[in-house]
Write a protein that binds this ligand. Structure first.
Ligand code: NAD
Length: 478
């Protein structure tokens, strides 16, 4: 069985020990990955440091052109990469475009697009003041070496979100994929590294401790991290010791609020995928649904019929819409939250609620009603295929419910009256509030959380600026 190597300074790097990567649909071992040693982590950072000045000194247009080549390589290998995503992460292959299940092919296509956009954006020097006495310009400079640490839910796409803007701005990168989904990411980086100079992109692999060694390296100048709030706090504490910059995309518990004038049939599909995209394992998925009393039963009925109609299975099988949960840790968390809900007075399991037996981490799409704020399934991020639907009486009450938690990644408001929906949206404490859609990120639109969901923004011009420091050049005209 193949052992998938890291990329270090342009060559394949092996380590003394390995670990397995498993298919969550079958439990089968897919291959092995090396556990990087502390010395290899230091060597990867040293390689990135050595490569950085020459990479930053290239004209921006050369970096843009090379990153466009990266996008081409991703495109020409998109089926290969999509198959790794399905086999290792579990999301169905799906397709790209209207009416298609957004799965692994969507993820591979997203990698291409989220490479092209940051590669092609213009970043002119900003003249912030000029008169007859002075001219003040803001220039963007690379931080240096960026440590990127990725999670397992969108293993290729989130790595691309971290790596490409960093490279465009003249940084070099050391990336650590999640230990649950390393192979696909390592295969993608191997392809990317073939078109970039040695040392510009490097990887290390292994469990959380490898990420810990990476962020502690004195040669790291910036950390970009996507994952749990608990790990994000640890990383922020390490970064604080050296006062280096961090971008933290952490957990969320997004509220979706249906307003009383919404049409349940018209919004059902959008709500469904807003909650269950990637089996709910999406940072900005709808994780709590607030519905007015008068629409409650109709919304529940619509979602139930969709949930029961979606074929669940191995994502390599044509027609599969819903795959397994990616790992046992997450499966157990989802199971615990549903069992707690079952034991809660007044709660009803509308559909699902019983894990599938047999191989694979299959958990059926589950809708739960009769819960209230304070119940575990409402207050904790489930990050899986379970949605609590909570009744409200007044919109003020729903807004207060949405805002009462310490996280604020996304939220959504559903209504045909956009003026009314905007007014509610403006009162919600979240980095993004979608209207009549949920989780619809776009490469031109800044994305990031507030409160314990993190800080900093990814995507668009804001994302590029996050991978740079500013330098003011102030010219006296005296
Ligand atoms: P996690 O924090 O356990 O792991 C994320 C990454 O951090 C992995 O690569 C892991 O090996 C590494 N890591 C673990 N301990 C570390 C340490 N001490 N130092 C450095 N690195 C360390 O999170 P996860 O289980 O992979 O992801 C699930 C969570 O991530 C969910 O809460 C979800 O909401 C969140 N998430 C957020 C976003 C976002 O954009 N905001 C996107 C995806 C996932």
């Amino acid at each position: 069985m193949q052992v998938h190597a890291n990329v270090l300074n342009g060559h394949a790097e092996t380590s003394p020990t390995t670990f397995d990567s498993r298919n969550p649909a079958t439990g089968a071992v897919l291959g092995q990955v090396y556990s990087s040693t502390r010395e290899q982590v230091a060597a990867a950072v040293a390689a990135a440091r050595a490569a950085q000045p020459a990479w930053a000194a290239r004209p921006d247009s050369e970096r843009q052109a090379l990153l466009m080549k990266v996008a081409e390589v991703i495109k020409s290998n998109s089926e290969y990469l999509a198959h790794w995503v399905t086999r290792e992460q579990g999301k169905p292959l799906g397709g790209v475009g209207p009416g298609q299940v957004p799965g692994a092919r969507f993820e591979a296509w997203g990698c291409e697009v989220w490479t092209q956009v940051p590669a092609s954006l213009e970043l002119p020097v900003e003249v912030v003041f000029e008169d007859e006495t002075r001219r003040d310009e803001v220039h963007l400079k690379p931080h240096g070496v960026v440590a990127a640490i990725a999670p397992w839910n969108w293993p290729l796409l989130i790595a691309i979100w971290q790596v490409i803007p960093a490279l465009r701005m003249g940084n070099t990168v050391v990336l650590k994929p999640s230990e649950y989904t390393s192979i696909g990411t390592l295969e993608m980086v191997k392809l990317i590294a073939e078109v970039l100079p040695p040392g510009v992109i490097n990887t290390v692999s292994g469990a959380g401790e490898v990420g810990g060694w990476l962020v502690e390296q004195p040669g790291v100048d910036k950390i970009t991290f996507t994952g749990s709030t608990a790990t994000g706090k640890r990383i922020a504490a390490v970064a604080a010791q050296r006062l280096i910059s961090t971008t933290l995309e952490l957990g969320g518990n997004d509220a979706a609020i249906v307003l009383p004038d919404a049409d349940p049939a018209a919004i059902a599909m959008g709500l469904f995928w807003g909650a269950f995209l990637n089996m709910g394992q999406t940072c900005a998925a709808a994780k709590r649904l607030y519905v007015p009393d008068e629409l409650h039963d109709a919304v529940v009925a619509q979602l139930k019929s969709l949930a029961e109609a979606m074929p669940m299975g191995d994502g390599l099988e044509p027609g599969t819409a819903i795959g397994p949960i990616q790992n046992r840790m997450q499966f157990d968390k989802v199971s615990r939250l549903v069992e707690t809900a079952k034991a809660t007075a007044g709660a009803t399991i509308v559909c699902g609620g019983t894990p599938a037996t047999g191989p694979g981490n299959f958990y059926p799409l589950t809708l739960v009603t009769g819960l209230k704020d304070g119940d575990a399934l409402v207050d904790e991020e489930q990050f899986g295929p379970v949605l609590p639907i909570i009744r409200y009486r007044t919109v003020d009450e729903a807004v207060a419910s949405a805002n009462r938690l310490d996280v604020g990644l996304g939220a959504s408001v559903w209504s045909p009256d956009i003026v009314r929906a905007r007014e509610v949206a403006s009162r919600l404490e979240a980095g993004t509030v979608w209207i009549n859609q949920h989780g619809m990120v776009h490469p031109m639109v800044p994305f990031g959380g507030i409160k314990a969901s993190g800080w900093g923004a990814e995507f668009g011009h804001a994302g590029l600026k996050g991978m740079a420091r500013t330098q003011v050049i102030s010219v006296g005209k005296g």
